[in-house]
Design a protein around this ligand. Structure first.
Ligand SMILES: O=C(O)CCCC[C@@H]1SC[C@@H]2NC(=O)N[C@@H]21
Length: 257
């Protein structure tokens, strides 16, 4: 294992949120930088949720200055998800227990092990900096009391596989995997990333429910398209969904978040 050339590495004892810290560091950064916090006090999750981080779990952010228009930059979330998957496999040697849940969660034995939160600066004209925040339940899963009804239950790497992996060790695996997938993305575009992501996808070909801000759509999970949209085949036909939360056991009666 080797730390990838060109990437910086910072380890902090404690921070509010590694994504917030990434954005504070933007003015002084000269290249892509990984920021790891051994304790995070105000972790942020997707859709405005809080992300709780018991000690021993992984809370890290890669901040970089991406190339290309915003929809191309957004595809880095799939690059990050694949890297996270590979780091989990490298840490445990157990590919059969992990899967990817659209858009970018990692599942372990069907439970949620890890999540990714992308935040950016800039706007429609271009993303100036992207923070790819990653949380992994290495040692313990948060209390299910705080988890939305019907959401995938949280699990930990330690309980699910017996592997006891330190956050610093996980960072090394993740940084190496990310550099390799990112180089592939830069050289060949989204096609190989899409193919690799689909090969690791949970519930492909099965019925799922996608909850957007406005509605719940149930259909057969056919694929992801070349923009990373979720493609469902529904009773009304094929639909491509750019942003939603996926539920595996229905959830179709919900009308919003
Ligand atoms: O809701 C999700 O699934 C995404 C969770 C992302 C959490 C990580 S922990 C490190 C980084 N810093 C944050 O404040 N959030 C992300």
């Amino acid at each position: 294992m080797s730390w990838p050339a060109g990437y910086g590495r910072r380890v902090l004892a404690e921070v509010d949120s590694t994504n917030a810290e990434a954005m504070r560091l933007v003015p002084v950064l000269t290249g892509p930088e990984w920021i790891l916090a051994l304790r995070q006090t105000q972790g942020r999750g997707r859709r405005g949720r809080a992300w709780t981080d018991p000690q021993g779990n992984f809370a890290g952010t890669l901040v970089l200055r991406p190339d290309g228009p915003p929809d191309h930059v957004a595809l880095l979330s799939f690059v990050a998800a694949l890297s996270l998957y590979d780091a989990c496999v490298a840490a445990t040697g157990r590919p059969e227990v992990f899967a990817l849940k659209w858009p970018n969660d990692v599942l372990l034995n069907g439970g949620k092990l890890a999540g990714i939160l992308l935040e950016s600066t800039g706007g429609a004209g271009g993303v100036t900096h992207l923070a790819i925040g990653i949380g992994v339940n290495l040692r313990s899963a948060p209390d299910t009391a705080g988890v939305e009804a019907r959401a995938v239950r949280p699990v930990s790497l330690m309980t699910g596989t017996g592997a006891n992996v330190a956050p610093e060790e996980f960072l090394d695996l993740l940084a190496e995997a990310f550099a390799a997938w990112k180089a592939r993305f830069d050289a060949y575009g989204f096609a190989p990333i899409r193919e690799a992501w689909l090969a690791r996808a949970a519930r492909l070909g099965q019925e799922v429910t996608a909850r957007t801000m406005r509605q719940a759509i149930t259909g057969r999970f056919e694929t992801i398209d070349d923009r990373g949209n979720l493609v469902l085949v529904t009773a009304q036909g094929r639909v491509a969904i750019p942003a939603a939360e996926i539920f595996f056991d229905g959830g179709g009666d919900a009308s919003g978040d």
